[in-house]
Design a binder for this molecule. Structure first.
Ligand SMILES: *Cc1c(COP(=O)(O)O)cnc(C)c1O
Length: 323
């Protein structure tokens, strides 16, 4: 007996469409092997509806490439000497250092042109240049004959405006320096709520049904259902889990074969509906009209579930895939 943890392909596609309806094509972010669900599997569901994909590096690109002919954009720079591999795999490389820029210029000369991605952001943890370095970087870039996709990432609600202003200023600086800026993208799932479409939306967790405040008509693509291993009628069991949760005398309880060992968050036990989550078993109150085996399904809201579990929506999605 095992829980069934799966994705609803129709919901995935509908969610990609729902984000595209905000006004820009969707680049599906399928890094970390598709948030743990299998990047190629996501491609099989999404290839007809998305504009392109985003992965971290050349290894993830190599995994994905056999499954799709669409553009694949990289978040990290290629390690020194490895840019040719990214290009041979048809990836759009990221460039955030002078060394990477020099290598890209060499490849551009050899290949008769090249498009690279340059991120503008002052935050460690991403492969970007700082807004204040845009002028000097643009000067080095202009003679290299590269086409540039400019991107940023709203890594902070407090600094969102500052990040965007730096981004727009950098675009002007690049263009004034004679750099050919061919596209811009700025929004992940959460940032989509600010109407920041630019030329494309980079959507990761939104594909699974998260909105993070964006007004999109998306739905939960995660499905978790588990076999019932035991049922207690009213009054038959007084305590659930490790003994701290009292079961009301008028309540029926089912024990499901699913737990945090299967990636179902332990923190979802709130003592009301889900009484306890252990390694392999979950105790849950039965309600008329709902299927007690369904722990996560179409009627759930990914962001609400994550909030109840005390997690980010990304953690919930990745955690359920971890098996
Ligand atoms: C991971 C990532 C995304 C996607 O983020 P979600 O919140 O999952 O939509 C977009 N852009 C960048 C730069 C990222 O690192």
């Amino acid at each position: 007996m095992r829980p069934e943890i799966s994705l609803d392909g129709d919901a995935l596609r509908a969610n990609a469409d729902a984000f595209a309806a905000l006004g820009a094509p969707v680049a599906a972010v399928v890094k970390h092997d598709g948030y743990g669900w299998g990047a190629r599997r996501l491609v099989r569901e999404l290839d007809d509806v998305v504009e392109s994909y985003v992965v971290t590096d050349a290894d993830e690109l190599a995994d994905l490439r056999p499954a799709t002919a669409k553009p694949v954009r990289l978040l990290a720079d290629a390690p020194p000497g490895r840019l040719a591999r990214v290009l041979d795999l048809g990836g759009i490389p990221n460039v955030s250092s002078r060394a990477a820029l020099a290598e890209a210029a060499g490849e551009a000369a050899r290949r008769g042109g090249l498009t690279v991605r340059i991120g503008i952001l002052d935050a460690a943890g991403w492969s970007t240049i700082r807004p204040e370095d845009a002028r000097a970087f643009a000067a080095a870039l202009a003679p290299a004959g590269l086409a540039v996709e400019l991107w940023t990432h709203l890594t902070s609600y407090e600094r969102a405006r500052e990040i965007l202003e730096g981004f727009v200023a950098a675009e002007r600086t690049f263009t004034a320096a004679g750099v050919r800026v061919v596209s811009t993208d700025a929004a992940s799932t959460g940032a989509a709520r600010r109407g920041l479409a630019f030329d494309r939306l980079r959507v990761g967790v939104g594909l699974f049904g998260a909105r993070l405040g964006a007004s999109v008509d998306s739905r939960c693509a995660l499905r978790v259902s588990a076999p019932i291993v035991r049922r207690f009628g009213p009054g038959e069991a007084r305590w659930a889990g490790y003994g701290d949760t009292l079961i009301g005398v008028d309540r029926s309880v089912v024990v499901l074969r699913c737990g945090y060992g299967d990636g179902f968050p332990k923190t979802l036990a709130d003592g009301a509906d889900i009484l306890s989550v252990g390694m392999q078993f979950t105790a849950r109150v039965e309600h008329d009209g709902t299927d007690p085996r369904v722990l996560v399904g179409a009627s759930d809201d990914v962001d609400e579930l994550a909030a109840r579990a005390g997690m980010t929506s990304q953690e919930l999605v990745v955690g359920l895939a971890w098996r």
